[in-house]
Ligand binder design. Structure first.
Ligand SMILES: NC(=O)c1ccc[n+]([C@@H]2O[C@H](COP(=O)([O-])OP(=O)(O)OC[C@H]3O[C@@H](n4cnc5c(N)ncnc54)[C@H](OP(=O)(O)O)[C@@H]3O)[C@@H](O)[C@H]2O)c1
Length: 294
């Protein structure tokens, strides 16, 4: 593997790839860009980056190949052709397109067949945060490759860490966090619908939810402790109480004529937990249901 870490290619100049390339350029790294649709290179100031005519040219000009296209399939279509594979020996591929753990592991194995090293990165930020302290990127894979990419990692800013040498770990952890993000977002939309239907001012709703963030943090902390210990005894609240609350939220929604599907889904989990005899312990016991369904 190369020890030089200043020549970086960015492959894919969508919303995220463009931000990554601009952050690298702002950090004075030698940046070469390539995008399937050449028009997207026009947003770069003349001289700020080198614009490659072909993907193979971009790879040849660089030691670190940052990839940020739609997904792993698009990456494979681009890279797994003879004219590109023959340029990859000794390079580090930093895959920042979103993927799954199994795809990251498979891509890592493929990289070794062409003499390259694969580092998987999962961006937990919007494009405007790249290059600022609001950026967070989780990496997993080869430590030496991560260290060789230090200048690029620093240029992206914020909190970046290598969480393990299994290339699938970053994708696993980021999807775990995304599942909270979407549950929270969809839950808040249901809450906003209740407020709207019952004429509770939405700013009041926002203020109250914001003030409750520390409570959500406590729930996270206690749940992880319970799951880790396999002990779901709780001195705070039981699944039976939660099942009652969910039935009540469902009734509020019915009275207000709302879409009840999200609440019904949660209610099904709670009811199954009660039927399995878990009513007297904490909600975290439902982890068993999530874990066992494949
Ligand atoms: N935007 C975000 O907030 C964000 C946050 C975290 C992670 N990400 C991840 O970053 C990646 C890129 O997202 P984005 O927001 O930059 O998306 P985007 O603006 O839609 O850009 C998509 C990029 O992928 C390229 N692409 C798509 N299909 C391709 C194919 N078959 N062959 C070659 N290139 C292809 C596009 O090339 P053309 O210009 O030629 O179409 C473009 O460069 C995704 O995996 C996304 O999940 C994005």
């Amino acid at each position: 593997m190369t020890t030089t870490n200043e020549r970086v290619a960015v492959i894919g100049l969508g919303l995220m790839g463009s931000s990554l390339a601009k952050a690298l350029s702002a950090a004075d790294l030698e940046v070469t860009v390539w995008n399937r649709t050449p028009a997207k290179t026009e947003s770069f100031k003349p001289g700020a980056v080198q614009i490659a005519d072909t993907l193979a040219d971009a790879v040849r000009a660089s030691d670190i190949i940052v990839v940020c296209v739609r997904d792993y399939e698009a990456t494979a279509d681009l890279f797994r052709v003879e004219s590109v594979e023959c340029e990859l020996a000794g390079k580090v591929i930093v895959q920042l397109s979103t993927g799954t753990p199994s795809k990251a592991r498979e891509a890592s194995e493929w990289a070794t067949t062409v003499g390259a090293t694969h580092l998987d990165g999962e961006i937990m930020a919007f494009p405007d945060a790249i290059g600022t302290d609001r950026c967070a990127i989780l990496y997993s894979g080869d430590r030496a490759a991560f260290e060789a990419c230090d200048s690029a990692v620093q240029a992206f800013g914020g909190v970046s860490q290598l969480i393990g040498d299994d290339p699938g770990m970053a994708a696993a952890l980021s999807n775990a966090v995304l599942s909270i993000y979407f549950s929270f977002t969809f839950g808040l939309l249901n809450g906003a619908a209740i407020c709207d239907a019952e004429k509770v001012p939405l700013p009041l709703f926002r203020e109250l939810v914001q003030s409750l963030f520390p409570v959500f943090g406590d729930v996270l902390s206690r749940s992880v402790d319970m799951i880790s210990a396999g002990d779901y005894e709780s001195e705070h609240s039981t699944l039976e109480t939660s099942a009652g609350a969910l039935a009540q939220i469902a009734a509020v929604g019915r009275d207000a004529g709302l879409d009840g599907r999200l609440v019904e889904c949660m209610r099904i989990y709670a009811t199954e937990g009660l039927e399995a005899g878990f009513g007297s312990v904490g909600n975290a016991v439902l982890f068993k249901q999530f874990r066992n369904r494949r």
